[in-house]
Design a protein around this ligand. Structure first.
Ligand SMILES: Nc1ncnc2c1ncn2[C@@H]1O[C@H](COP(=O)(O)OP(=O)(O)OP(=O)(O)O)[C@@H](O)[C@H]1O
Ligand SMILES: [Mg+2]
Length: 510
C-alpha cells in the first residue's frame, strides 16, 4: 500500500531558531499516526508546514499527498484536498455562536441566503458526533476551552476530510470526552480516513496509534510500529528525551501546619442561568505546606469556584466568606486578591496569562517586581538571573530570555506562565490544569517546584483532570461534582476508583 502522505527532508528556520532539520514523516491510508516529542521539538511547526500555514517556499523539502508533489500556498490549498488541521491554539470567534463558528464561510444557503434552520440542524448533527450537548446557539465565549475543542472538531467534520490533523486535541478534555474523541478517530480509521495525532498523553497514544513518529530537537528520531502489540510508555519516553527519567513524581515528605486559607459557605450564581448556583455552599481549606487537589469532570464547577474566589473574576451574586490566617480578607478584585497573597494560574494561558509581545524575562518577573528590585529600582541583573534560572530549570526552549513569549511553542508558553506565579511566591497558589500540554520531562520539574513551594510553608491548590497527577503529588484530594464537594480523600486512601465512585454517587459533603 502506498502512503497517503509523505513529507521528505523538511527543514524550517525562524530567525535564530532551526525548528525542523531534515524531518521525514509518512502516513498510510486509514492510519492513526501519532507524532510525539518534548515541548518545542517541532511538532506544531511540522503540521503548519504540511497544511500551508507556512507556504511552499518558506521551508525546504518535499510534500507528497496521494502520490503527487504538492506546493500549498495557503491553508485553503491543503483543505481543498481534504487535509484538515485543528490547531493547538483554538481559532474560534468568541462572540459568535457554536453554529456560526462551525459554518463560518461555508454555511448552507437557500435561494442565496444563509439557511438558519439548516445551519442549526446540521450543527446539531455534527455536535452529536463529537458528543457535545450544548445548544448550537450558545456563544463560544460562554463555553469552556474543553468544549471549544469539541466545536473545532465538529467544524472540521463539516468539511470533506481525507487527513485529519489534531494538535493536542485532548489536552483540555476530561477522560470521558477524550475517550469519545479517540473513539471518533478509530471510527474514521474504519471509514478509511487517516489522522495525525499530536499529544503529550502517552497512554492515549499507545492505545490508538498504529505508528508513532518521535521528534527531538527538530529532528526525526524514528518511527515506532505498534502493530506487533502495544508499545510501553517508557519506551516512547526514552526516545523523546535524551536523559533518564527515573519516576514521574518527585518524592516529598509533607510538613503540614495550620490552616492558612479557608472558604466558607461559598455560593456563586451562574451568570447564564439566573437563579441557579454553579457553586453551592462550598467549604474548603488549605493548610500551610499542604497541596490540595480538586478532582472532577469537566463542568463540575472547579474553575468557576477558583475564579469566583480570585477577585470575583467569574459569576454573580457571590456569597460566602474567605479567611486567610484566620482573618476575613477582601478578595473582591484581582489586585486585592493578589495583594492578599492569592494567585491563580489559569488553564487558558492565551486569555489571561501572558503578554505575548513581551519577552520571557519580563513575563516571569512581572507579578513580583519587588523580588528583583533594590529600594524600588529594578535590578536588571537580578531580573536576568531570575528569569534565566527558571528558563533552565523548566527547560523553556528558546534562544534566550529575551525571546518574545508569543513565539514560543505552546508548552513553553505554559512554562513561562507557571514560572511567573511560582516566582511571585503567593501564600496560596491555585493552579488550574498547570501541566496541560506540557511534556513528561518538564512536568517533573513543575512538580518539584510545586513541592518546594509547599515545603516553604505555602498552600497549593491544584485543579487537574489528570488523575494520576493528583494522586501523585497531592496530600489531600477534594472531589467536586455539580458545584459541590462529593468526596475528600487523604493521600494514603485516595485512588482513581474511589474518586470516580464519589463522582457517580453524588453524596454531598457537609
Ligand atoms: N513564529 C515563530 N518564530 C520563532 N520561533 C518559533 C516560531 N514558531 C515556533 N518557533 C520555535 O520553533 C521550535 C518548535 O516549536 P513548535 O511549536 O513546533 O514545538 P512543539 O513540538 O509543537 O511544542 P509543544 O509541545 O510545546 O507544542 C520552538 O523552539 C519554537 O520556539
Ligand atoms: Mg505544539
Amino acid at each position: 500500500m502506498n502512503a497517503i502522505l509523505e513529507m521528505r527532508g523538511i527543514s524550517k528556520s525562524f530567525t535564530g531558531v532551526k525548528a525542523l532539520s531534515d524531518v521525514n514523516l509518512s502516513v498510510m491510508p486509514a492510519e492513526i499516526h501519532a507524532v510525539v516529542g518534548e515541548n518545542g521539538a517541532g511538532k506544531s511547526t511540522l503540521m503548519k508546514v504540511l497544511s500551508g500555514v507556512y507556504p511552499h517556499g518558506s521551508y525546504d523539502g518535499q510534500i507528497l499527498f496521494e502520490g503527487e508533489e504538492r506546493q500549498f500556498r495557503t491553508v485553503n490549498d491543503s483543505e481543498a484536498l481534504g487535509i484538515i488541521i485543528i490547531h493547538q491554539e483554538l481559532a474560534l470567534i468568541p462572540l459568535m455562536s457554536i453554529a456560526e463558528n462551525i459554518f463560518l464561510g461555508n454555511a448552507p444557503t437557500r435561494f442565496g441566503v444563509i439557511d438558519r434552520s439548516a445551519v442549526f440542524e446540521q450543527s446539531r448533527a455534527l455536535l452529536d458526533k463529537v458528543g457535545l450537548k450544548d445548544n448550537p446557539d450558545t456563544r463560544i465565549a460562554d463555553i469552556g476551552v474543553g468544549k471549544q475543542q469539541l466545536v473545532e472538531i465538529a467544524k472540521a467534520l463539516s468539511k470533506k476530510v481525507r487527513l485529519l490533523i489534531l494538535d493536542e486535541p485532548t489536552a483540555s478534555l476530561n477522560e470521558a470526552d477524550s475517550d469519545a474523541l479517540l473513539n471518533l478517530l478509530m471510527e474514521f480509521r474504519r471509514q478509511g480516513i487517516s489522522s495525525i495525532l499530536i499529544s503529550h498523553k502517552l497512554n492515549e497514544i499507545s492505545r490508538v496509534a498504529d505508528r508513532i513518529t518521535v521528534l527531538r530537537d527538530g529532528r526525526t528520531v524514528g518511527t515506532i510500529d505498534c502493530h506487533e502489540g502495544p508499545v510501553p510508555e517508557d519506551e516512547i519516553i526514552r526516545r523523546m528525551v535524551d536523559r533518564d527519567l527515573e519516576s514521574r513524581f518527585p518524592k516529598r515528605v509533607p510538613k503540614i501546619g495550620e490552616t492558612i486559607f479557608e472558604v466558607r459557605d461559598w455560593s456563586v450564581e451562574d451568570p447564564l442561568r439566573p437563579g441557579r448556583d454553579a457553586v453551592h455552599k462550598l467549604n474548603f481549606s488549605v493548610r500551610a505546606g499542604e497541596i490540595v487537589g480538586i478532582a472532577g469532570l469537566m463542568g463540575a464547577g472547579r474553575t468557576e469556584f477558583a475564579m469566583s474566589v480570585f477577585g470575583r473574576s467569574w459569576g454573580r451574586n457571590i456569597r460566602g466568606e474567605v479567611q486567610m490566617h484566620g482573618k476575613p480578607v477582601d478578595l473582591t478584585t484581582v489586585p486585592r486578591a493578589i495583594a492578599a497573597g492569592l494567585a491563580y494560574v489559569t488553564e487558558d494561558r492565551k486569555q489571561l496569562g501572558l503578554l505575548l509581545d513581551e519577552d520571557i524575562r519580563k513575563n516571569i518577573t512581572l507579578a513580583h517586581l519587588n523580588g528583583v528590585s533594590n529600594r524600588g529600582v529594578l535590578d536588571d541583573i537580578a531580573e536576568l538571573k531570575t528569569a534565566e534560572g527558571y528558563r533552565q530549570r523548566m527547560r523553556i526552549r528558546s534562544s534566550s530570555v529575551y525571546q518574545d513569549t508569543g513565539k514560543l511553542s505552546g508548552g513553553n508558553q505554559q512554562k513561562v506562565v507557571l514560572s511567573k506565579w511560582l516566582f511571585a511566591e503567593p501564600e496560596v497558589l491555585i493552579l488550574d490544569e498547570p501541566t496541560r500540554g506540557i511534556d513528561v520531562g518538564a512536568k517533573y520539574e513543575i512538580y518539584s517546584i510545586i513541592n518546594d513551594l509547599a515545603d516553604s510553608g505555602k498552600g497549593v491548590v491544584m485543579i487537574s483532570s489528570e488523575m494520576p497527577e493528583l494522586l501523585g503529588i497531592c496530600d489531600r484530594i477534594m472531589v467536586m461534582n455539580e458545584g459541590q464537594f462529593v468526596g475528600a480523600f487523604q493521600r494514603e486512601e485516595a485512588s482513581q476508583e474511589k474518586i470516580m465512585r464519589a463522582i457517580m454517587r453524588k453524596e454531598i459533603l457537609q
